[in-house]
Design a protein around this ligand. Structure first.
Ligand SMILES: Cc1ncc(COP(=O)(O)O)c(C=O)c1O
Length: 390
């Protein structure tokens, strides 16, 4: 019996696989999958408990509880400077940004359409494209600056280009797209009538005074953008599965239909708690930034003293490393060999660089660490890293 040719064309997530490998090595420290090992904010947990006790336990309106949609409008107008959002016309609340991404693609793609993806990428984007029937077209950003090369991007746009995916701040590179880069992408989208699908789940995790810019706030982008976000990273609630997609009414109407038939709705009481979370004061976001800046510096300083060369991120909570010299010395051939060696011999779980590229060879000498962990976890990792040496 034939099974789906599409699903057979990609593998399971390597990131999630590394977490399973971590479970097989209980003394290892899991710096692979990006989820915090510290408690979520007490006040948000209480808001969820109260919502359950108040019996908000049945389906919400399929495209999202009104309280959450109103809170999103408030936030997106103040923080992202996106003014066109109406809670009834432009928002679809989804099961995490993961569902928002696939629903967005399914809502806009026809056979033969192309989607441009920057490499290294968050590994869901390739399978999302394939599942929606689009052809992914990749363009590589080079370490250590990860800067965008305008001519290469211009050459990739053509009449089949339906969308381009932006992820800023970026996983895995820590790149934060600047105004000039976003303007270039926006102009190309407008020239080719393509859509910028922008994954902004790390929008509050920024270092060294970097600023987050949403491409949807740039002039003319209202009808050519889909802005995706969730409560997973900003509020350390990756297991709650509440996210959303924001787009013009025409696109939103299609996303709502895909979402309805995929999942019906996101968890109702957790949407209420999400609305509460979005109303937190500026101090919360400042302390989140300060916390992660310290975490980044602990991991960076530990890696700097090893032969795994870290590239300092400007945002998000991941650090890419260039391990070529170390791999040569240890006679390790692939980035998976390196990751397995780091688990077994050093006791740290990372994500092999190959999983961030269409051609695994391109990430051969890289591995990604995450640092969304308690200070004591990172200090313990730093002690383990001392075994590597310079
Ligand atoms: C760039 C990026 N997008 C989306 C996700 C998944 O987010 P969510 O929990 O909102 O589905 C992740 C998780 O690590 C991510 O790094």
């Amino acid at each position: 019996m034939d099974l789906s040719k599409i699903t057979e064309s990609f593998t399971e997530s390597v990131i999630r696989e590394m977490t399973r490998i971590a479970h097989q090595h209980p003394r290892s420290i899991n710096l692979a999958q990006g989820f915090p090992d510290f408690p979520a904010p007490e006040s948000i947990k209480n808001a969820a408990i109260n919502a359950i006790k108040d019996d908000i336990n049945q389906y919400s309106i399929t495209w999202g509880a009104l309280s959450l949609r109103k809170a999103i409008v408030d936030k997106i107008s103040k923080y992202n400077k996106i003014k066109f959002v109406d809670p009834n016309k432009n928002i679809t609340v989804t099961c995490g940004s993961t569902e928002a991404m696939i629903s967005a693609m399914k809502a806009i793609i026809n056979p033969g359409d192309e989607i441009i993806i920057f490499e290294p990428f968050y590994e869901n984007y390739g399978p999302d494209c394939l599942l929606s029937g689009a052809k992914p077209r990749y363009i590589q950003l080079q370490a250590p600056s990860w800067s965008l090369e305008p001519e290469g991007l211009k050459m990739l746009f053509n009449k089949k280009t339906k969308a381009i995916i932006i992820n800023t701040p970026n996983n895995p590179t820590g790149k934060v797209y600047n105004q000039e880069e976003l303007k270039l992408i926006a102009d190309l989208c407008l020239d080719y009538n393509a859509i910028a699908i922008t994954d902004e789940i790390y929008e509050h995790i920024l270092y060294d005074n970097k600023k987050h810019i949403s491409i949807a706030s740039l002039s003319g982008m209202q009808d050519n953008s889909i802005t995706i976000n969730s409560i997973s990273k900003t509020y350390s609630l990756t297991g709650w599965r509440v996210g959303w997609a924001i787009a013009c009414e025409r696109i939103t109407n299609e996303i709502k239909k895909v979402h309805d038939f995929l999942t019906v709705g996101a968890p109702a009481p957790l949407q209420e708690a999400g609305a509460f979370a979005l109303s937190l004061e500026d101090e919360y976001y400042q302390s989140l930034k300060d916390f992660y800046q310290k975490a980044r510096d602990i991991l960076f300083n530990a890696l700097k003293n090893t032969n795994l060369r870290p590239i300092k991120p400007k945002g998000a909570y991941y650090m890419m490393t260039n391990c070529k010299e170390y791999m040569k010395r240890q006679d390790l051939k692939t980035s998976m060999d390196l990751a397995i060696h780091l688990v077994k011999d050093i006791g740290i779980v990372t994500v092999p660089g190959s999983s961030f590229y269409a051609n695994p060879q391109d990430g051969q000498f890289q591995t990604r660490f995450c640092f969304c962990k308690k200070e004591e976890t990172l200090q313990a990792a730093a002690r383990k890293l001392e075994k590597i040496g310079y």
